[in-house]
Design a binder for this molecule. Structure first.
Ligand SMILES: Nc1ncnc2c1ncn2[C@@H]1O[C@H](COP(=O)(O)OP(=O)(O)OP(=O)(O)O)[C@@H](O)[C@H]1O
Ligand SMILES: [Mg+2]
Length: 489
């Protein structure tokens, strides 16, 4: 058991230290001696106290400066500590002896951090920076409900950042802002995209609101999406330009938002494209089902609870709201007690380009429809939906993307035949994908695809000649309407 009478050697070293205080080099040697002696004799808490006193004196003598970054700042978290923690995960070099590894459920990657007491070296713009992760355990005495004193061990965590004194301004003005910026980017890279939907009231991402959310585990990416390659490239460039142009939007006084209208028959990949956009930008998705809303006010309320850097999606816009009655929001139906339609197109248009949009940044709005021709021209006016994207029937280049994704093949002897057939019939990527799921044998799948396309062709010919035939684009539309009639208000 340790007692203060065991300490003469430490006290002796301390007085030696004072004698030689003028020499920083000697002080360093002395400190390392103290460390050696105290490692053997002195308990850890006391060791840390002695070393911090000596470190302070040494700081005055040497050319090194130390910035202490505590985990908390009073009651609030210290953002620089959080940023340093994230940033240093990417700066682990071979000098680190102990690491800590953890994994959060559903996170794909391990989280690796340096353990307490460990140091990590960084270089920035000609400066050498030494980070140390310090954890000090202190005892806190609490009074419990029965007026008994209880002791609790509390861990105070901080980072110490050491560098040459002459770099003080550069560290404060350039390096720490750089760490903050980098940590933001790292967090963004690791962000798990979530999809939010209505019908749930609870805590989401630490705040209360009407949106429930789950991870968007949709595997769709621009690589897996079968769509016109030029259009795909245009869209990717449009998205890149949009996220880059924060200052542009500010300068020209426009809300930082962009609208996309995706139209085309069912099964051509409109919803898959939304998922691909979300995965590409790492934006959360808000699936706004207008059919479950009752008024424009409710729509506004919902929108203010959505977060920046997100995609608000309204699927099947032609079925969700009575688009013909643009101004009838305040009118009443035959029964004056029942408001006919309080959620109006003008309410929706306000949502798209009205005042609300200035209360949020970096927003994407996506409307999808099977029937662009049924939309009110007000929705199609230039500047409202910035890009109209036609998701069309599967082309041969789309087929090749699907074949590569589903079967891992780039070519097959039946490709020429399939190319010819695809020029003759209208088939959706969803239909092709379904055929490709039917077997693991490539030849068997190719056979099925050819048969399916031939069947489609004969149905088309039958239809053209007035013979009753299933399938084809016409039927798809009917199925789409039937299926979607559910969501009509
Ligand atoms: N362009 C495509 N590229 C790759 N896969 C596709 C594509 N289109 C459809 N699919 C496949 O078909 C399934 C259904 O497609 P999706 O739901 O995206 O179509 P949609 O256009 O949104 O249809 P709807 O109009 O009925 O909502 C997807 O999960 C995907 O497997
Ligand atoms: Mg869809």
């Amino acid at each position: 058991m340790f007692s203060f009478s065991d300490m003469p050697s430490t006290t002796a070293v301390l007085s030696t230290y004072t004698t030689f205080a003028a020499s920083a080099v000697l002080v360093r040697t002395v400190i390392s001696e103290v460390q050696n002696v105290s490692n053997q004799l002195v308990p850890k808490g006391l060791q840390e106290k002695i070393m911090s006193k000596l470190g302070f004196l040494m700081g005055n003598l040497s050319s090194t400066m130390c910035i202490v970054i505590d985990e908390t700042n009073g009651f609030s978290n210290n953002e620089i500590f959080e940023a340093a923690e994230v940033y240093l995960r990417t700066r682990i070099d071979t000098s680190v002896r102990q690491l800590k590894v953890s994994k959060v459920p559903r996170e794909k990657n391990l989280s690796v951090t340096i353990n307490k007491g460990e140091e990590s070296i960084d270089n920035f713009d000609g400066m050498l920076l030494k980070w140390k992760f310090v954890c000090i355990e202190t005892q806190k005495t609490n009074l419990d409900t029965e007026n008994n004193f209880t002791n609790e061990i509390v861990e105070r965590r901080s980072f110490e950042l050491r560098f040459d004194k002459k770099f003080k301004d550069k560290v404060l003005d350039s390096y720490l802002p750089f760490v903050l910026e980098r940590s933001k980017a790292i967090k963004e890279e690791k962000k798990v995209v979530r999809i939010h939907a209505l019908g749930y009231y609870g805590e989401v991402d630490g705040s209360w609101g009407p949106w429930g959310s789950v991870n968007l585990d949709h595997p769709s990416t621009f690589d897996t999406l079968a769509m016109d390659p030029t259009l795909k490239q245009e869209l990717i460039e449009d998205l890149n330009r949009f996220v880059r142009r924060r200052h542009f939007y500010k300068r020209v006084g426009k809300a930082w938002k962009r609208g996309y209208l995706l139209y085309g028959p069912p099964g051509t990949g409109k919803s898959s494209l939304v998922a691909a956009m979300a995965n590409y930008l790492k934006f959360h998705v808000y699936d706004l089902e207008l059919a479950s809303l009752h008024s424009n006010a409710e729509l506004r309320r919902l929108l203010v609870t959505t977060k920046n850097r997100s995609i608000v999606v309204i699927e099947d816009i032609d079925c969700s709201i009575d688009l013909e009655n643009r101004e009838d929001g305040d009118e009443y139906s035959a029964n004056p007690m029942i408001k006919k339609n309080q959620l109006t197109l003008s309410g929706l248009l306000n949502f798209i380009d009205g005042l609300w949009s200035s209360c949020a940044d970096e927003r994407i709005i996506v409307l999808t429809t099977n029937h662009k021709d049924r939309l009110d021209p007000a929705l199609l006016r230039p500047g409202r939906m910035d890009m109209h994207i036609h998701m069309s029937y599967c082309t041969f280049s789309g087929f090749k993307i699907l074949a590569s994704n589903y079967l891992g093949i780039k070519s097959h002897w039946r490709f020429n035949e399939i190319e010819r057939l695809m020029e003759e019939v209208e088939v959706t990527p969803a239909e092709v994908a379904e055929e490709m799921m039917k077997s693991e044998d490539v030849d068997a799948v190719m056979e099925k695809v050819v048969k399916f396309l031939c069947k489609k062709r004969s149905e088309r010919v039958g239809k053209r000649d007035g013979v009753e035939g299933g399938g084809g684009g016409g039927e798809e539309k009917v199925i789409g309407r039937k299926r979607k009639a559910r969501s009509r208000r």
